[in-house]
Ligand binder design. Sequence first.
Ligand code: KIV
Length: 271
Amino acid sequence: MSVNKEIKRITTNTLVKMKATGEKISMLTAYDFSFARIIDEAGIDIILVGDSASNVMAGHETTLPITLDQMIYHAQSVVRGVKRSLIVVDLPFGTYQGNSIEALSSAIRIMKETGAHAIKLEGGEEVVESIKRIISSGVPVMGHLGLTPQSIYKFGTYQVRAREEEEASRLKADAKLLEEAGCFGIVLEKIPAQLAKEVSESISIPTIGIGAGKYCDGQVLVMHDMLGINHEFKPRFLRQYLNLYELVNGAVKEYIEDVKQQRFPDETEQY
Ligand code: KIV
């Protein structure tokens, strides 16, 4: 008897159904083949090739410097490691804000050159035209509201957004606009939990929160933060599941000592 090893892929439709049935959606970032394979095999629903690669992979202070070519490189590596998860790729800063034709050509490059399944971009009303144009070409789009790191120099800080009524109302209106434009989901970053609840209940597409509380339809974290690779970063919303910095640091120290003391390699580790 042959065992059916066919893997059922997560699609944008799966996510909308998950919201409808109340099943929470799990999402993590990844930027390379090896980690993408581990988290895909662990069963993550969505892998985001985030422009946070600019911070955690390249060591920049913000997400602004990363280029479309660099995002494509990361996405290509992730795609090779993934069999089941939906792969979403961030459009980096400066590749979609100019006009909707530029946005479409950036989205098309990502889809053609990487094999990923969808793109994500930041913003509300100001990017709706671009979102519609991208979706009309057949590319699924995820929105991103609240703290949008590509606008960090406009905000001036990484503090919680939309605490005031005016910004909260704008965010709720933007979420509706993104839903009407055809987005299949929206990331809500660093906003009050109550506001995220209202938004999540007011739209039929899933909300994926990061620092936006427990009422979102799903949660996303930057993988390097939740694994404790990035050990200095400890915001309130982050649950660290591992201290990989200490584990790797400890293993490397042990290896150095073994080499210095001539304990590595031994007879069983040579030819
Ligand atoms: O780039 C990224 O990692 C993101 C998440 C914070 C949602 O956009």
